[in-house]
Design a protein around this ligand. Structure first.
Ligand SMILES: C[S@@+](CC[C@H](N)C(=O)[O-])C[C@H]1O[C@@H](n2cnc3c(N)ncnc32)[C@H](O)[C@@H]1O
Length: 181
């Protein structure tokens, strides 16, 4: 099995202690997190864009998941999971609108008081790159491809999320948020 994201390994014990049972891996990729969490005893749904879900349907271990969904079906799915996992997805969504749609789908499928684990490419809070040659990467218009924890806080607050903890490691930032009850 491919090694799961380091944030998933790091917070698995916390999520177990927090009585998390049902998980949505949103933007599941090759299922590295979804299968790891399944092995850890969680009931895991995986969601991705239609082309990826089609490929995953043929994955030899996809049958071990609680469900495989396309992103288009999430608004109506009402999964009521305890945790949504989002590793290296939010930072690849190219427009403000895609990010909004993504967060709306998270909220639509997460129970009140549930958790969001998000890992993204990082930048440090005191770096100002807007208007520089790096603006395609360090965008300030809501379509950023890397984040500081303050910037993530600002994007997530209006959807009802409060940050519990975060850490930086190499070029990544991981944070755990809780949806207000
Ligand atoms: C860099 S991969 C990360 C995969 C996985 N989370 C991981 O850490 O291994 C990004 C994933 O996001 C998916 N993706 C792209 N656009 C998406 C969208 N609008 N909503 C959900 N997932 C999306 C891609 O198909 C891909 O599987």
């Amino acid at each position: 099995m491919i090694r799961p994201a380091s944030s998933v390994i790091r917070y698995t014990r916390f999520f177990r202690l927090a009585k998390v049972r049902r998980v949505l891996d949103y933007g599941a990729g090759l299922l590295r997190n979804a299968l790891y969490l399944t092995d850890e005893g969680f009931q895991v749904f995986a969601a991705d864009v239609p082309g990826q879900v089609k490929a995953l349907a043929a994955h030899p271990e996809a049958g071990r998941l609680a469900g495989l969904l396309t992103v288009g079906g999430l608004a109506q799915a009402g999964l009521g999971v305890d945790l949504v996992v989002c590793t290296f997805v939010f930072n690849i969504l190219a427009t403000r609108n895609l990010k909004k749609q993504y967060l709306e789908n998270v909220v639509a499928n997460l129970r009140r008081g549930g958790y969001l684990l998000i890992e993204v490419n990082s930048r440090y809070p005191d770096t100002v790159f807007c208007g520089s040659m790096l603006r395609h990467y360090y965008s300030c218009d809501g379509s950023a491809r890397s984040y500081s924890h303050d910037e993530l806080d600002r994007q997530l607050a209006s959807f009802g999320f409060e940050r519990l903890c975060h850490y930086y490691s190499g070029h990544a930032l991981a944070a755990v948020y809780r949806l207000r009850a």
